[in-house]
Design a protein around this ligand. Structure first.
Ligand code: TYD
Length: 217
C-alpha cells in the first residue's frame, strides 16, 4: 500500500498535506486541531479539519452506534468493521478530494486509532487489524501523538461530558491503548511525533506542536 511521501515542497504553493492527531481520551486533540487550523489559515494555507469516527453522513450514524454505551455491540469484529467502513468512506468522500484540491487535511484520529484501540485495547490480532487498515489507501505525512496518562486523560474527559462507551472501559484497557500508541511512535519515529502533555496547558502543548508543523512548511 502506498505510503504518502513526505514532501519538502512549501505549503504556500498549495501542496497537499495530510496530518492526523492521535491520543487517548482527554488528550485534547480537538483543541489542538482547532489551534492548528487557525494557525495555518492565518498563513493563508487552505485547510480542512475533519475527524473519525464521523467525518461523513454515514460516519455520523456509525459514530452514534459505536459510541453509545447502550448499544449492545457484543462482537469485537463488528466494532472494528464499523470503524473501517467509516474510514473507507471518509477517505474517498472527504480526505482524498481535499488533498487533490491541494489542501492541508487535519484529521482527528485515523488508522493509528484502530491499531491502538482495537489491537491494543480490544486485543484483536495484529494480522486482522493490519489487513483491515490495509484496505485504506493513504497514510498521513505526519501524525501528532498527544500522550497523557489514562488517569489524567479520563479525569479531563469526565470534566468535559458524560462518558461514552470507550471512556467507560477499564483503566487496563486505556493503559493498553496508550502503550500501543507509544510503541507505534517508537516504530515509526519519522512519521509519529509524540508530545507528553500530562502537565502542560493547551498553549504549552501548541508551542511544542507548532515547530513540528513549521518544519513541514
Ligand atoms: P470521540 O468522541 O471522537 O473521542 P475523542 O474525543 O477522544 O477523540 O470518540 C471516538 C472513540 O472511538 C474514541 O474512544 C476512540 C474510538 N475509536 C476506536 O476505537 N477505533 C478507531 O478506529 C477510531 C477512529 C476511534
Amino acid at each position: 500500500m502506498p505510503l504518502e511521501k513526505k514532501t519538502d515542497t512549501p505549503l504556500m504553493e498549495g501542496k497537499s498535506l495530510f496530518i492526523s492527531l492521535e491520543g487517548i481520551e482527554g488528550s485534547g486533540k480537538t483543541t489542538q486541531i482547532k489551534k492548528l487550523a487557525s494557525y495555518l489559515s492565518k498563513q493563508g494555507v487552505s485547510t480542512l479539519m475533519t475527524h473519525e469516527p464521523g467525518g461523513t453522513p454515514l460516519g455520523k450514524s456509525l459514530r452514534k452506534l459505536v459510541l453509545d454505551h447502550q448499544t449492545p455491540l457484543k462482537n469485537t469484529h463488528s466494532e472494528i468493521l464499523l470503524f473501517i467502513a467509516d474510514r473507507l468512506e471518509h477517505v474517498d468522500a472527504v480526505i482524498k478530494p481535499a488533498l487533490d484540491a491541494g489542501k492541508v487535511v487535519l484529521c482527528d484520529r485515523f488508522v493509528d486509532s484502530t491499531v491502538a484501540y482495537q489491537q491494543g485495547g480490544r486485543q484483536l490480532p495484529e494480522s486482522l487489524v493490519s489487513y483491515l487498515n490495509g484496505l485504506v489507501s493513504i497514510r498521513p505525512h505526519m501524525t501528532i501523538l498527544l500522550d497523557i496518562s489514562p488517569e489524567e486523560g479520563l479525569r479531563r474527559a469526565r470534566e468535559r461530558s458524560a462518558l461514552d462507551r470507550f471512556e467507560k472501559e477499564t483503566i487496563d484497557f486505556h493503559q493498553r491503548v496508550r502503550q500501543m500508541y507509544l510503541s507505534l511512535s517508537e516504530k515509526e519515529p519519522h512519521r509519529i511525533k509524540c508530545i507528553s502533555i500530562d502537565t502542560l496547558s493547551p498553549e504549552e502543548v501548541f508551542e511544542k506542536l507548532r515547530p513540528l508543523i513549521d518544519a513541514l512548511i
